[in-house]
Design a protein around this ligand. Structure first.
Ligand SMILES: Nc1ncnc2c1ncn2[C@@H]1O[C@H](COP(=O)(O)OP(=O)(O)OP(=O)(O)O)[C@@H](O)[C@H]1O
Length: 290
């Protein structure tokens, strides 16, 4: 049971948006799908949901090529910000259609979530403000007990309180019915604790595919006066550095026995967002000399 993507490329308007992707999304794991703007995250999810078609390669879900048998797509739900509902559709209609299409959609659960977030069932979806649209779309997604949940910016436009509340609902949905969740967001800090694996795309290719824990295990920042930091960094793997008023902050890969107690140096573990910034392309030359 898995999503298997093999040799998949996607060209749109002569642009190579995804380039020879080989990826497996294992069952019942929560993935972060990360990447700078335009790296291809949404396109990848649209292809898995079969809303777009590969130019090359194929996607199998539970061993079935989605081109051959689209019944398997009942086990996939894609939370997208694309306009997919009829203009006059009310929330209660959309909930009803979900129940008709998805065999494991939890209608009662969904209605409770709508009540929790003060969403009126009679409201017309297209007339809702952005924050309510996002809340509603996440309520639908977290009530759908499919095997594969694709979430494209599920907390888009919400404040910290609501973002936190929705992520708790996402975990509750996973606990009720463990499923593969592919979560794409630019708010990396907030999901680091929620995801097990991370896939980072860059220019339509897979840059990283790893367990979060092993990825960040060796990543540190070292901050201090230029002379001491430069001495310490000799022969170390430097990812990038920032220089300000005689103080250098360097981002490095270290082994456990590299870490020393030195009153001039502040050595700290990086979180996933800090590491993401250092690993992905330095578009504007911000990273300093290595
Ligand atoms: N149908 C299309 N026609 C032309 N270009 C497209 C099409 N679909 C996607 N692209 C281009 O492909 C690139 C990747 O787009 P995509 O939306 O997948 O990126 P993303 O990683 O989701 O970006 P963001 O983080 O900004 O949402 C962009 O340059 C986009 O303009």
């Amino acid at each position: 049971m898995a999503i298997e993507i093999r040799g998949m490329s996607k060209t749109a308007d002569e642009l190579l948006v995804l380039n020879d992707i080989d990826l497996t999304f294992q069952e019942k794991k929560i993935y972060g799908l990360l990447g700078q703007n335009d790296s291809g995250k949404t396109t990848l999810m649209r292809l898995i949901a079969h809303l777009r078609f590969p130019s090359e390669g194929y996607i199998e879900i539970d061993g079935i090529d989605i081109e051959d048998d689209q019944d398997v797509l009942k086990q996939v739900y894609f939370l997208t910000h694309d306009h997919i509902y009829p203009k006059r559709a009310r929330l209660k209609h959309i909930v009803k259609w979900m129940g008709m299409f998805y065999p494991n959609f939890q209608t009662e659960e969904c209605l409770l979530l709508l009540e929790k977030y003060h969403l009126n069932e009679k409201a017309i979806f297209s007339k809702l403000p952005l924050k309510k649209k996002t809340l509603f779309q996440s309520c639908l997604a977290f009530s759908n007990d499919v095997d594969y949940l694709l979430l494209d910016e599920p907390v888009f436009g919400l404040d910290a309180y609501h973002r936190h509340a929705l992520y708790q609902d996402m975990l509750a949905s996973y606990d009720r019915y463990p499923k593969t969740i592919i979560l794409s967001t630019h708010g990396i800090d907030e999901i680091e604790e929620l995801i097990e694996r991370v896939v980072i795309l860059e220019d339509g290719q897979v840059l990283i595919n790893d367990e979060v824990k092993s990825l960040i295990k060796r990543a540190y920042s070292v901050k201090g006066p230029e002379k001491e930091v430069r001495e310490f960094l000799q022969k170390k793997e430097i990812l990038g550095q920032e220089y300000r008023r005689g103080i250098i902050k360097a981002y490095v890969q270290l082994e456990a026995d590299d870490i020393i107690d030195d009153k001039h140096l502040e050595i700290k573990s990086l979180n996933l967002q800090e590491l993401f910034i250092q690993l992905t392309r330095d578009v504007y030359g911000e990273r300093g000399d290595k």
